[in-house]
Design a protein around this ligand. Structure first.
Ligand SMILES: [Zn+2]
Length: 225
């Protein structure tokens, strides 16, 4: 291991963090129709005295936050994201692997009181596919489960899948329903299996970019300080 990295990893820690973010890398798989991810060298240390990279990708790449403007022209966009709505104590809802079947009210109603109190939930659907398979046949919310969450007046829904709805028009309707209620959607979370409690402290920080319908973020769970 490189000495500087080793020294960093041996530093004394005063906080336990679980990183819930998918790593961005050149040519990684993306949703059908979204821009490809390109991370290339713009300047090189050998020739230019420094390494500087150039990134090109869509707003809905990797772990990211969807805001109303994604589907609603008059909805608010990324610069208006309210961090207290996507950070704080959240309910973790563990769902047994659904194998293509939608997530129903029955799967989540056991946490109703906690969801009503905290207004933020993260659904752990145990979706572990990688590459292009990540975007195919992932577990999605049923229309009833989506309505049920809207009726509870939630502020934020996080998921370990690429979208709360299936690819295509049905999924668009689920998105629109949530975004019309100004519910933030965090898509593409990972490492949820490492969270042992059924509520946890989430810190989700989308990049501060103007006029976007979805913004890549770093999302972490703070498990002790
Ligand atoms: Zn999105």
């Amino acid at each position: 291991m490189e000495a500087g990295l080793k020294r960093d990893q041996e530093r004394k820690r005063t906080i336990d963090i679980i990183d819930l973010t998918r790593r961005l890398e050149d040519s990684m798989a993306v949703f059908s129709g979204h821009p490809p991810v390109s991370i290339t060298r713009h300047l090189t240390a050998g020739k230019d005295g420094r390494n500087v990279e150039k990134i090109s990708m869509g707003g809905h790449t990797g772990t990211h936050v969807d805001v109303p403007y994604h589907f609603i022209d008059k909805g608010f966009s990324s610069e208006n994201i309210s961090l207290p709505s996507i950070c704080g104590a959240v309910v973790l809802v563990n769902i047994a692997f659904k194998d293509g079947k939608p997530i129903t009210v029955k799967d989540i109603q056991g946490k109703k009181e906690k969801i009503k109190t905290l207004k933020k939930l993260v659904v752990h659907a145990h979706w572990q596919q990688t590459g292009q398979s990540y975007y195919k046949d992932y577990p999605t919310l049923s229309v009833d489960a989506c309505e049920w969450l809207c009726d509870l007046n939630i502020e934020m829904l996080g998921m370990d899948t690429p979208s709360p709805g299936p690819f295509g028009q049905k999924g668009d309707e689920i998105h629109k329903r949530l975004l019309r209620e100004n519910i933030y959607i965090i898509e593409g979370l990972t490492n949820l299996d490492r969270i042992k409690e059924d509520t946890f402290l989430l810190v989700c920080l989308p990049l501060s970019i103007k006029a976007m319908g979805g913004v890549p973020c770093r999302a972490i769970a703070i498990t002790s300080i």
